[in-house]
Design a protein around this ligand. Structure first.
Ligand SMILES: Nc1ncnc2c1ncn2[C@@H]1O[C@H](COP(=O)(O)OP(=O)(O)OP(=O)(O)O)[C@@H](O)[C@H]1O
Ligand SMILES: O=C(O)c1ccc[n+]([C@@H]2O[C@H](COP(=O)([O-])O)[C@@H](O)[C@H]2O)c1
Length: 214
């Protein structure tokens, strides 16, 4: 039986999108043999106490600039266009309805997002719609995950992914942890430190042109 192509989704605030995001997206695509990875900037990341620095439209435009020349990466603007909080469950429901029940759907998060997964809206239903891949961040320790998340993390990892389950499994990416964050980049931009090695050139040009993160 032939399997339909698996689709990868990578949601983020992307304030701004940086080198680790692109490395993660490409490792995700290659390790899981995904035909496409869609970057989905969060329009209103309701869960961020201090909001965002760049506007939803600016974060979307930076994501669009960042994928130029990146094979297999696309940008999906739906959360920026949605005039309400960016709940992943809503996005997964929409995309599952569009692609049908059979294709494997993967949602990519970092290890810090995994540690707070139990706070996400209707988080246990996410597994009915997608699989979850996790890019570990420096200092990740599964033993320190909240108990409810740790239970899922242990129970949902499988050793054989060849059956292409549409949803319900979890796996770590083999990508070594990358010590880059948007917070550090914003601080460096604010203080005038170099960021050329942390951002792609078109995104840095955009930041300078729009005088962001000063
Ligand atoms: N260096 C990294 N390693 C692993 N995951 C990462 C890394 N950077 C970001 N992520 C993950 O990518 C997703 C989107 O990240 P986000 O846009 O919040 O970037 P960030 O660098 O974590 O930003 P901030 O510093 O503003 O919190 C999140 O799930 C986050 O955990
Ligand atoms: O659905 C939720 O309740 C939810 C709560 C926290 C984060 N998320 C999503 O997780 C992704 C990463 O979030 P962030 O803040 O680390 O960029 C982004 O797509 C968010 O919309 C989603």
């Amino acid at each position: 039986m032939t399997q339909t192509a698996a689709l990868g989704l990578f949601g983020g605030t992307f304030d701004p999108i940086h080198a680790a995001h692109l490395r993660m997206a490409q490792a995700f695509r290659q390790e899981l043999r995904l035909a496409e990875v869609r970057l989905i900037p969060a329009g209103q990341p309701y869960h961020r106490q201090h909001g965002t620095h760049a506007s939803p439209q600016q974060r979307l435009e930076m994501a669009q600039l960042a994928i130029d020349g990146q094979p297999g990466l696309t940008v999906d603007p739906r959360e920026v266009q949605r005039n309400k909080p960016a709940y992943t469950i809503d996005t997964l429901q929409e995309i599952r309805a569009e692609i049908g029940p059979d294709p494997a759907l993967w949602w990519l998060i970092g290890g810090d997002s995994l540690a707070s997964l139990h706070t996400w809206r209707r988080w246990e239903q996410l597994f009915e719609l997608a699989n979850i891949a996790v890019a570990l961040r420096p200092g990740f320790d599964a033993a320190r995950l909240p108990a409810a998340v740790r239970t899922q993390w242990q129970a949902r990892q499988v050793t054989d992914f060849s059956n292409g389950a549409p949803s319900g499994t979890m796996r770590p990416l083999a990508l070594p942890p990358l010590d880059v964050s948007a917070t550090e980049i914003r601080h460096r931009l604010h203080s005038g430190a170099s960021v050329e090695h942390l951002l792609c050139a078109p995104v840095l040009d955009y930041i300078r042109q729009h005088r962001l993160y000063l």
